[in-house]
Ligand binder design. Sequence first.
Ligand code: NAD
Length: 308
Amino acid sequence: MRILITGGAGFIGSNLSRLALSHGHEVVVLDDLSTGFRDNLDGLDVDFIEGSILDPSALERAVEGVDSVVHLAALGSVPRSIADPVRSHEVNSTGTLRVLEAARAAGVGHAVCASSSSVYGLNPALPKSEREWVRPMSPYAVSKLSTEQYTLAYQQSYGMDTLAFRFFNVYGPRQRAGHVYAAVIPTFLDALLRDEPLWINGDGSNSRDFTFVGTVCSVLLDAVERKVSHPEPVNLAFGTNTSLLQLTRHIEEVAGSTADVRHRDPRPGDVPHSQADNASLRALFPDVTAVELEKGLQDTLQWFRDVS
Ligand code: NAD
């Protein structure tokens, strides 16, 4: 199959590109390198197009001859969206619409798009099923809600086979630390390796359903290969509930060293707890198995050691 991966030079996209190539697929990557890195794709035989999903001509080239689109390009991070909500809206909401439109115009029959658990926002239910009400707490979460809703509307409006996944705190190799919008696991691993403090925003009771990138990519590829489509969003996580304090302990165990854990004020827009009900995922992907947190952290730490 020929697969277009938007955002393919990013963290999840570059892991997916590797996996798709190893399954014998052709991969086209469209990425403007705004938060991704060309060297994430080093050594991979991908058809790389440097350009934006907001540029119709780049998109037109990218979708040519493609069987399925995995749309991952976006500006991630809640704080980034609070700092610049219009930009997050343009890339994440308008960008998704442009990707879907380009796919429709080219007759691409299948698209998988990345939404986020952040859409649940103020809803306190745990675990969270896809039928729970949503109440985004940040411009990022709103933009991901529109990403998934456009994706699903293309099923009803145009008969395109589409699937909208809600990712929950994905982590693993190639997720970078060292920038202001970095995610918690790479930030903690990087700090530990540099003998620097691990700063927790808040008291550390906030919890997350951490999902290893290898697991996410195997589900994404299975979705593409079987052209899976579903009329509702699908949580892509495994119902775990790890507090940030527990995470620091896991990281200490895996690294075999003691962390200097410190606390600072909670961040605005951060959801207190996040845990998926994944009955829908299991019904659609009955063979899926999740990499455990300890194993995923070991692989991620190894990657950090290799690149540092
Ligand atoms: P990432 O920042 O590593 O990857 C995003 C990629 O999109 C980058 O390579 C970036 O350069 C590219 N991009 C950004 N704007 C673009 C544009 N206008 N045109 C073309 N390319 C553009 O992030 P990631 O963690 O790999 O996230 C992938 C997707 O998963 C995103 O849609 C994100 O919202 C979603 N998601 C991720 C997580 C997570 O925990 N990592 C959680 C929920 C949702």
